[in-house]
Every structure is written in C-alpha cells, then in structure tokens.
Design a protein around this ligand. Structure first.
Ligand code: GLA
Length: 347
C-alpha cells in the first residue's frame, strides 16, 4: 500500500508488435509484447492545485492548473491530456510534481507515446490514492488522449500491450472482446531484434489517420460495423484502394492466429514466414512502408533474418527481425525480449 503523501515511481514499457498490424482499430487481432525499455514518471504531491512537469531528457518544463487544462503540443499534450481525461473520468487529482524520463526513442515506432501516457496515468492515479485502476479502462482513457489531445486516431494496441505485458510472453489480443491471452514466446535459440529505419514516425502527421478513415469508409460501403465482420468475398467488390486495405486486415487477422499456432507448435521457421508475409502486405496492400523501411528490412534479411517486417503504424519507425542463433546482430539493431507490463511503486 502506497502512502498518499509519498513519492511514487511509475514505469510503463514500450511495445513490439510481433504480428497483427493495423488490425486493432478494425476490431481484429494482434500479438504484441511489452519490451524492457519504457518511460518512468516520478510523482510527488504538492500543495498547489496544479501539475508541474519536467521532461528530464529534453530539459523542458510545463505547468498548468488542474481547474482549467488547455491543450498543448509535443510531450505536453500527453501530460495535459492524461490529467484532463482522468479528471473527466471522475478521479480527483491532487496537485502533483512530475519528473519524466524515457528510454524509448520518440518516433521509433515502439510506442513512446503510449508508454508516456500509461506511466503518467498510473503515477497521477497513485498520487490521487487510486492504486489499482482497471487496466482496460485505463488503456481506453490513454487512447482518448491520443485521439483528442494528440490528433492521432490510434487504437488500443500500444496501451494494452504496455499495461498487460507479461515476462516471456506475447499477448494475443482480440480487439472486439478485449480479451488478452498470453502466448509464451519460445524462439528456440532464435532472437528478435529491432532496427530503427532512421525515419521518424508520427501517427498524427503520417498517413495513419487516412488509413483509419479508409477502413471506416470500407465498412460504410459494406454496411458493417467493423472489418472483423467482413469476408474475403465481400471485400472483393470494394473499389481500390479500399479493397486492398480490407484484404490486408482480413489476412493479417488470419496470420495472427497462424502465428499463435506456430509458436505453440514450436515452429519458428513458420513464424518467420508470417512476419515476411505481413511485411509484404503492409507494403503492397496497406501501403505504409517507405524506402527507409525497405532498406532496414533488407539489412536484416542480409544479416540472415528468418523473417522481417515494419512494426507499428509504419511510414518510418522501426523494423523487426527474427534472427537465427548463428547470425550476427547488424550494427544499430537491438535485441528485444518480452518484459512485464506497467507498474507503480514507492521509489
Ligand atoms: C500504431 C497505433 C496502434 C496500431 C498500430 C498499427 O502503433 O498506435 O494503435 O494501430 O499503429 O498496428
């Protein structure tokens, strides 16, 4: 039990999505895992009725009153958005000082923004005496921050992965039922690495919102609620590019199930094949790859990757590779392993 006057330390991890890309906002399936790098927030109650936030890595500061929270840009949008959304959700926030530091590079496609939101939300809740908020509700609240405060129409993938991560396992998430199932990530000596394409990725400023709008339009034309209700036959009648977008989503859902089955059967070669197929689909059907992403994927394949693909929203960011034991890790690539989900504790 944390004392309500004490300092708390919240940590929220970034995530890697093994497979199931651009499926979350289509009520589909994905298989992400939390990584060991993330964002830490140290929070302390203060006497004033405001939030004072320091972004330590950037040497920047923000301060705003709890009674009237105005929008802002950059990292400040997330701090203000989380505080405002917690207030709207009925949590009585206290004046708090926040120190934020992170190890997930921004724009790397490993969900630095979700890690920031989740760590902030857990820290502010703990200072307000709410130590065990419902994790799904908290993920939904953080997504409202992305959507309404940071202009990115993202789904629940990153926040649920950060909040529900389990050491050693990926999470099969069904975004229709919001059921989360752990799938042990036993790779039989092979390892997963990420490699930054060097091109900064941003969900708000890329084609991400457009892709989401295209999926909504496909649903409208098909007269269905979400692409989870579509079938291969019905999407064939859609005009291009909606047909290709919908095909990607249907096939990607299928690949998530096949990857879960391959992992359970210990068939790592098959997992690699699904990663490659996912990348081809994201490049050709969903069109979220770029030259820099292709170059990074090519580097991983040259290093002997069994499979490689763009991760996250695309349009830059990181790529993921499955490397055999004997392969050397290419310069700049970092090994990623499934780690525990977000937590809050006394420092
Ligand atoms: C970004 C978004 C997620 C998800 C992925 C694509 O990471 O934040 O909600 O849509 O892109 O799978």
């Amino acid at each position: 039990m944390l004392s309500s006057t004490a300092t708390v330390l919240a940590f929220a991890p970034g995530r890697v999505n093994l497979i199931g890309e651009h499926t979350d906002y289509n009520q589909g399936l994905a298989l992400p895992f939390a990584i060991d790098r993330g964002v830490s927030v140290r929070a302390q109650p203060i006497a004033a009725s405001c939030v004072r936030a320091n972004a330590l890595d950037m040497h920047e500061h923000d301060e705003f009153p709890l009674s009237a929270i105005e929008p802002a840009d950059g990292w400040r949008a997330y701090v203000r958005g989380v505080a405002a959304e917690l207030g709207s959700a009925g949590i009585e926030l206290r004046g708090t000082s926040l120190e934020i530091s992170g190890e997930v590079p921004q724009g790397s496609g490993l969900s630095s923004s979700a890690a920031l939101e989740v760590a902030l939300a857990l820290a502010l809740c703990a200072v307000a005496g709410q130590e065990n908020p419902d994790r799904v509700e908290l993920a939904e609240l953080c997504v409202r921050v992305e959507n309404d405060w940071a202009d990115a129409q993202t789904g629940l993938l990153d926040q649920l992965a950060s909040l529900c991560g389990e050491e050693g396992s990926a999470l099969r998430i069904d975004f229709r039922s919001l059921e989360v199932e752990t799938v042990p990530l036993a790779l039989d000596g092979n390892r997963l690495v990420t490699l930054d394409s060097g091109e900064e990725h941003s969900n708000a400023d890329s084609g991400y919102n457009q892709r989401r709008a295209e999926c909504a339009q496909a649903c409208e034309e098909l007269g269905i609620q979400s692409l989870r209700d579509a079938t291969p036959d019905t999407v064939d009648d859609l005009p291009d590019p909606l047909r290709r977008r919908a095909r990607h989503v249907l096939q990607e859902n299928e690949r998530v199930e096949q990857t879960v089955a391959a992992l359970r059967a210990g068939d790592v070669e098959r997992v690699g094949e699904f990663l490659d197929a996912s990348h081809a689909s994201l490049r050709d059907l969903y069109e979220v790859s770029t030259d820099a992403v292709e170059a990074a994927v090519a580097r991983l394949r040259e290093a002997g990757a069994i499979g490689a693909r763009v991760v996250g929203g695309g349009f830059g960011g990181s790529v993921l590779g499955l490397l055999p034991e004997a392969a050397e890790t290419p310069t700049g690539a970092v090994e990623v392993r499934p780690g525990p989900g977000a937590s809050v504790r006394a420092p």
